[in-house]
Design a binder for this molecule. Sequence first.
Ligand code: ZN
Ligand code: ZN
Length: 146
Amino acid sequence: MAERMNGSCLCGAVRFTAVPERPKFNVCHCGMCRRWTGGPFFGVHCGTDVRFENEDQVGVIQTSEWAERGFCTSCGSALFYRLREAGTYEIAMGTLDGAEAFDFGLQVFVDKKPENYAFANETRMMTEQQVIDYFVKSNTGEADAT
Ligand SMILES: [Zn+2]
Ligand SMILES: [Zn+2]
């Protein structure tokens, strides 16, 4: 898949286009994502080519050494998780028009998921340690992109 999709926040102040690398989405169960969105974060990997119509409406907060998160400064919608060095985006799935067609591919930080919910979908699963190991290998060129 290399089709450009439209996205927007709840209030419409932020509009953008992005190119999902695959018709799949990932879910992160980590405590930061749950604090940020109020639940697990549904993300679509979109590489670096995200074009904002009105970038001045986008707030960015650095939430770790390696990543930052973007949101609409008017309505607060969570828009993306972005790796600072690589500049790659995980776009919040719900902001993309038509992402309902995507498959649920992967759950990460599964060891951080609280016990009080669980998805019935059968997906790949990665623990926090597996995610960290994967990124270390990615940075040394040993792993393919998921
Ligand atoms: Zn908004
Ligand atoms: Zn997370």
